[in-house]
Design a protein around this ligand. Structure first.
Ligand code: NAD
Length: 436
């Protein structure tokens, strides 16, 4: 089978490279010529564990190719995945202009039956809108089917998530399209991946409902963490006690600076918009979003209280990407925190294993450092914002010898407070009672 993937960002490239690994012939198309030129040489423009090797293999074995030409991408493919961005508009609704542009492109060049699949996260009703765009643009009526196949991969473990998903959702209203999609995903059938086959609007909503639910879990535990701080309870034990209940589960119950990334904030906003448009306020999603915005303010307050006043202080921030194992800075809490701290008059030294250069381009006043210890030099506080593994076992003696004051703000609750105190540090974390 020959397929195409339009849009070679995190989702598109992982989708293309993984299907090539499954033995499918894949053409990846993007309108960013620089990106395609790099990819043709096997140079992946973002950090994601394992993707460079997978792209190299696909290229070498001639199952993966790249183009900027949509005609080429449409021509050979039976299945065309749309994996372009759907960024938020000012009112929170999803900007579908890229998706629609791709729809028009497909319509212009298709000469036979196609299965057109949205991988991008798109609001309920978009499948129908794409169908309308294609029909309107087609010169002559050529048959096609629309499928919604939302993607649930997580950056940082994207390949594993794609190859071993918890489930595959296929929304379609044609048996032929469902059969083709199942054939494409056959390798996952062999490992007994559950398939949810449904209609297009339901599939579209499954994605938003899933992300909103996960975001709600994070906001919920963050709110509980703030209450723990008031009443002297320990949020980690609360989360453990909750999570052992199988009806609740332990995932996404880690208190911290709040969620960021390219998905949760924007998908919550889009779901809230969909609710508004349908006269049904999404009250829980709205609360999750508000709590998340407040959580960042809580972190700034925490840093201010621990350091006295941040003006004139030197602060070292470890971890800038929105989560470990990615260089993605979209809606990263670290950038918002950095901005606040710089505006309040602090000097901010930063280190991140993958997102350093880009973060310093976004906020040029950040001082880029070589590693955690370099960042800590002369610092009044060390702040762990993103829990990369390399920050989980820091040498506190070495840190103490270079810092102005031994203060650790552990915004991800990475460290055991006793251990940090024993190393002579003051330790401030999230939702856990201080030792002093
Ligand atoms: P991205 O910004 O990394 O990539 C989008 C790509 O689309 C870019 O390379 C861009 O140049 C290209 N593009 C834009 N318009 C185009 C056009 N007209 N023709 C060809 N290419 C075009 O985005 P992403 O993070 O991969 O997300 C893509 C979609 O998948 C979004 O809807 C997102 O919500 C969803 N999603 C993302 C994740 C994630 O973890 N990043 C997970 C699940 C779903």
């Amino acid at each position: 089978m020959h397929i195409s993937v339009i849009g070679t960002g995190y989702v598109g490239l992982v989708t293309g490279a993984c299907f090539a690994e499954f033995g499918v012939n894949v053409t990846c198309m993007d309108n960013d010529a620089k990106r395609i030129a790099r990819l043709e040489k096997g140079d992946v423009p973002f950090y994601e564990p394992g993707i460079t090797e997978l792209v190299a293999k696909g290229l070498k074995e001639n199952r993966l190719s790249f183009t900027t030409d949509i005609a080429k991408a449409v021509d050979k493919a039976l299945v065309i995945f749309i994996a372009v961005g759907t960024p938020p508009k000012e009112d929170g609704s999803a900007d579908l202009s890229f998706v629609e542009e791709v729809g028009r492109g497909i319509a212009r060049y298709m000469t036979g039956y196609k299965v057109i699949v949205t991988k991008s996260t798109v609001p309920v009703g978009t499948g129908e809108a794409i169908r309308a765009v294609i029909k309107k643009t087609q010169q002559e009526p050529i048959r096609f089917d629309i499928v919604s196949n939302p993607e649930f991969l997580r950056e940082g473990s994207a390949i594993e998530d794609f190859m071993r998903p918890n489930r595959v959702v296929i929304g379609a209203d044609s048996d032929q399209a469902v059969a083709i999609m199942k054939d494409l995903y056959r390798p996952l059938y062999l490992i007994e991946t559950p398939f949810v086959v449904t209609d297009v609007p339901t599939a579209e909503l499954i994605k938003y409902a899933s992300n909103a639910f996960l975001a709600t879990k994070i906001s919920f535990i963050n709110e509980i963490a703030n209450l723990c701080e008031k009443v002297g309870a320990n949020v980690q034990m609360v989360a453990k006690g909750m999570g052992l209940d199988h009806r609740i589960g332990s995932k996404f119950l880690h208190a911290g600076p709040g969620f960021g990334g390219s998905c949760f904030p924007k998908d919550l906003a889009a779901l809230i918009q969909t609710g508004e448009r349908n006269g049904l306020p999404m009250q829980i999603a709205s609360a999750a979003s508000r709590v998340n915005q407040n959580q960042l303010r809580q972190m700034v307050k925490k840093i201010r209280e621990a350091t006295g006043d941040v003006a004139g202080k030197t602060l070292a921030m470890l971890g800038l990407s929105f989560k470990p194992n990615t260089n993605d800075l979209r809606e990263a809490p670290a950038l918002a925190l950095g901005q606040e701290l710089l505006a309040a008059g602090a000097a901010v030294r930063v280190y991140d294993p993958a997102a350093l250069e880009e973060a310093c381009r976004a906020l040029p006043k950040l001082q880029a450092c070589r590693d955690a210890y370099h960042a800590a030099e002369g610092a009044d506080a060390l702040i762990i914002v993103t829990e990369w593994n390399q920050f989980r076992n820091l040498d506190f003696e070495r840190l103490k010898s270079v810092m102005r004051r031994p203060l650790l703000l552990d915004l991800r609750n990475v460290y055991d407070p006793q251990r940090v105190a024993a190393a002579g540090f003051r330790h401030v974390s999230v939702g856990r009672p201080p030792l002093d």
